[in-house]
Design a binder for this molecule. Sequence first.
Ligand SMILES: [Zn+2]
Length: 160
Amino acid sequence: MQRVICHWTAGHHKASEDDKAHYHILIEDDGDVIRGKPTIDLNAAPAKKGYAAHTLNCNTGSIGVSLCCMALATESPFNPGKAPMTKAQWDKLAVVVADLCRFYGIPVTPKTVLSHAEVQGTLGITQRGKWDFTRLAFAPEVKGAKACGDLLRTAVARLL
Ligand SMILES: [Zn+2]
């Protein structure tokens, strides 16, 4: 596996069946970690039937981790909606990503540990207006895909 791409589900605080179909790993509002249906192995090149389709044209070699949150959220003006991202989810995300980096030997760089919102700008693969994540509901002062991604990478690197 070459990279970890971090998302939010745009759903509720608990992992739904649909959430489990699209990601390898889900993190609920209290930090509970839930395994999705596709195994990470299915996304190894060449991607196999039943792979996790989490990032348009960028699923091969990509592990998809998603925070269960942000139902009915809007980017501008920012409204975190009915299920705002929690600090517990964010903190657990760093732990999960650090474990994955250690296990698969993935370095912590902007091209290998990133959010979905960074895929278009950093990897040059067009996405359809994805903003997971350009804002953090528990830290409104952090703004923009890079600021959020840098915060995540710093937290992951500290754990390694
Ligand atoms: Zn996403």
